[in-house]
Design a binder for this molecule. Sequence first.
Ligand SMILES: [Mn+2]
Length: 269
Amino acid sequence: MLGRYLAYRISMDILYVIFHEVTAEGVNMLLTSLTSFRAVNKEATICLVMDNLDESACEYLWDRCKPIWNVRMSVADWVGRRMLCKIEKLYDLAHLLERAEGTHLIMADSDVFYGIDPFSAFEKEMAGHLFGVVERTSHLRFPVNGGMVFFSMSVAVTNMIGWWLEQANRITWSTLKDVAIQRKWPDWFFDQDFLCAAYKDRIGLWKLSRVMCNVLPYKYNYFPEVDADPAWEQHMKEAYERKDCVLHFKAEDLKKLIYKPWFKEYVAL
Ligand SMILES: [Mn+2]
């Protein structure tokens, strides 16, 4: 009898995306992103935290991308403190899920296209790990990009996220102090600076939070370096056609690519 229970793995997979509508292009990107996710993963719950998303966009997502767990935020939570808000909502989710063993949570940007199921990482590179960041193809600016972050929920992870939030008031982690671009905190970089510090000082993070940072390959958050790679469009197109990675349409130049004729899965209302 016990054997039958052990053979049956209960897990809950959650894709957490936070979104505030500014432009129609941003909504197009979100719809394209979540539709592509549902094409590669039928099971995971999409937790969409948002304030002002157009009703027709909500209906579109509800019809095609279920299961969706809609969480409302207020505009005041977001404006002027965007990345802090993203981590605050992550903390709320972490509290809800910390005792649900086996819950995998991916914190994803709304401008990624899924050529592969990112939850496959939990069977492979994330197996046995609580927290994972994705290394960039080049360390030109930063070693890590915050567009895709992986968690296996637990009390230790919740506590780490709480400690991450405390750094907004006063930085007590010296490694974070070294990498922080505080002039834009907490609106921008509050998420990515912590992830870069976690990447650079894995032992330090473990000593302070009892969570080890695992490093995942760039196929879970791929984008060419627009400034350093003259063939960036070609590289994005090839990666899209190979369907062997999560593509990040980061920043203005890359975002325009979803309107190119070679990009076949563009969604707009
Ligand atoms: Mn992004």
